[in-house]
Design a protein around this ligand. Structure first.
Ligand code: ADP
Length: 353
């Protein structure tokens, strides 16, 4: 396995579209990094630059201390798993998994040992003689991973590996990838648009928007201390609720619909914003039954352990996540409080720290 350093990477395509701007990341040996962001934000381009499938316009890529920026893909010792599996239909599972080693003229006994070992890890031992079309989507995805594992690469790259699977399989395959990472202790770069995958899989998340890195940190850091409104709204489901509010000299926040009291700590944090408008962010689970803010119920979704209460606060649509089972009629007025609050500068959209 290996460490990896992406230094000031830019990608400008031939049509002059700049897909990636000044991407910087140091990946430690054995680390699981997830690149997450909406479609078109430059995740795949970044991954493909690491793989060597796209030229790096500017910057350097270092693997284990060696500059591989100009090196062809086959010499980089990297294995990539794609969302469409890219399996050979006419070959058996065994042959698919053995393919790269056969191509490299590896000894037959060594190939056999490696394929069996990978099949064992992936629970494919009984499927080795089958053709890909005889397998489920989840099994095909595992064959694609097996093909990467047998090569024992320095770095694994995953490009949306779960997006062709149905919801249930996505969950179970996600857990398999997690175990696989633990077992192989592999250095992984993983691309997804799904924030749940990012939160559950990553040691660290790189959140991107429009070609720019927005924040790099552990899942908890991105969830608890998002760097800006983009990260705050992208990470977390249902997403954070946002309100335009004024910071008042009396230690409150207010708008036309509500006034809420700030703690001493929050007052200190916002002292330079008195008299100004900021953006208040509140996660659904931090809107709790209370007394300060009037909300009008649109509808409720009972999920068992908790209830999503969709409501209007003024004319703003808001989602609260209450604990336990709640029954409210559409149109009912309820009172809520905001617990943990996030504050953002209205102009820069950056978190106020
Ligand atoms: P993501 O993986 O986050 O969905 P991509 O890296 O695929 O995003 O794309 C980032 C941007 O680069 C998009 O605007 C996309 O249209 C553009 N792009 C991707 N591939 C090419 C290409 N081969 N030529 C020109 N533009 C491209």
């Amino acid at each position: 396995m290996a460490n990896l350093s992406l230094q000031h990477l830019d990608k400008i395509y031939d049509n002059k579209v700049q897909a990636v701007f000044d991407f910087n990341l140091d990946v430690k040996d054995g680390e699981f990094i997830v690149l997450v962001g909406p479609s078109g934000c430059g995740k795949s381009t970044t991954l493909r630059m690491v793989a060597g499938l796209e030229d790096i316009t500017k910057g350097h890529l270092i693997i284990d201390g060696k500059d591989v920026t100009q090196m062809p893909p086959k010499n980089r010792d990297i294995a990539m798993v794609f969302q469409n599996y890219a399996l050979y239909g006419h070959m058996s599972v065994y042959e698919n998994m053995a393919f790269s080693l056969t191509l490299a003229k590896e000894d037959k006994n060594v190939i056999h040992r490696k394929v069996l070992a990978a099949a064992e890890i992936l629970g494919l031992t009984d499927q080795l003689n089958k053709k890909p079309r005889q397998l489920s989507g989840g099994q095909r995805q595992r064959v694609a991973m097996g093909r990467a594992i047998v090569r024992n690469p320095k770095v694994f790259l995953f490009d949306e590996p779960l997006s062709n699977l149905d919801a249930k399989l996505r969950g179970s395959t996600r857990r398999e990838i997690m175990l696989l990472h633990k077992r192989l202790n592999a250095t992984i770069l993983y691309v997804t648009h799904d924030q749940t995958e990012a939160l559950t899989l990553a040691d660290r998340i790189v959140c991107m928007s429009m070609g720019h890195v927005q924040q790099i940190g552990t899942p908890l850091e991105l969830y608890d201390t998002p760097a800006n409104i983009f990260v705050a709204s992208f990470i977390g489901l249902p997403p954070m609720n946002f309100f335009d509010v004024t910071v008042n000299a009396d230690g409150t926040l207010s708008n036309a619909e509500f006034t809420v009291q700030l703690s001493q700590e929050e007052k200190a944090l916002l002292s330079s914003y008195v008299g100004k408008e900021i953006v208040l962010g509140v996660r659904p689970e931090n809107i709790v039954p209370g007394e300060a803010v009037k909300a009008n119920v649109i509808n409720v979704e009972n999920l068992g352990q908790n209830t999503l209460v969709h409501c209007h606060i003024g004319n703003k649509r808001v989602t609260a996540k209450f604990r336990d089972w709640c029954e409210y009629q559409t149109g009912a007025d309820i009172l809520v409080d905001f617990k943990t609050k996030h504050f953002f500068d209205k102009e820069t959209t950056k978190a106020i720290r």
